[in-house]
Design a protein around this ligand. Sequence first.
Ligand SMILES: [Zn+2]
Length: 316
Amino acid sequence: MMPAFAAVLVLAAALALAGCTGSPPQSDGGKVKVVASFYPLYDFAENVGGDRVVVTTLIPTGVEPHEFEPTASDIRELSGADVFLYNGANMEPWADRVIESVGKDDLVVSDTSRGIALRESDEDGHHGEEAETEGGHSHEGGFDPHIWLSPALAKVQVNNIRDALIKADPEGKAEYEKNAAEYNARLDALDSKIMAAMANCTKKDILVTHATLGYFCERYGCLQIAISGVDPEAEPSPADLASIIDQARERNVSAVFFESMIDPRSAQTISSEINGSVLAFNSVHGLTPEESAAGEDYISLMEGNLANIKIGLGCG
Ligand SMILES: [Zn+2]
């Protein structure tokens, strides 16, 4: 992984020598060019930015962001941007290196986790097996990055995005403030709906494929059992699987929530061992092409998650 990144640095240096950086294109008919690292930030930025912005993501549709490594063309895209939004909390361990290699003084950079009390990454559910850190796409030993899955924390990300857009485009201040307030009202409604539903469930334990629900369960009072840690690439060992199956039986878990972008074999093994059902959980790391074509977004996917959680936990 490192040699590839070294090549990117060389290319970035070559671009700088050729005078391609440091001249903000401000293209797209005067619109603010926003690059978000991955989908949820794209969706939030579209809602806050409205007609004043053009938003793209570095991580393409259908790619699991934990596996993402930036390429030379990503560096080029960023060097033509006005704003770069990333999740922070170690979701993008490559962010600092990339920002540095872009070397664009007037690029407004926002770590959207700013102001959020971060959880240490929770190693429950994959004891013993450490993920490889080569290439920097694993978060073990750091923070749990899955803040966007708690709508209350997504609001903080939205406010950080609003502030970044205002910094890049002060003339749009009133519009960004209005749009952010409107979108945050929708997030408040989603939060209240989840809160009300989760207050009345027969079960509290949620068995998920990777540890995405730390912040969600902190807010709504559930207990997460994760097949792998915060990094979905950390495959559980047979001993880990056996321990998860024991926990699931002990706690009378009857549903396994599985994510479409992750290898389903462990989830299937566990569900057949506990004689439980398998329900979809969308951790909104990115949209599949089908979800994109169907017009799904963060809020609609979270509504779908709530419907399945109500089934899996027997909520009233
Ligand atoms: Zn994740």
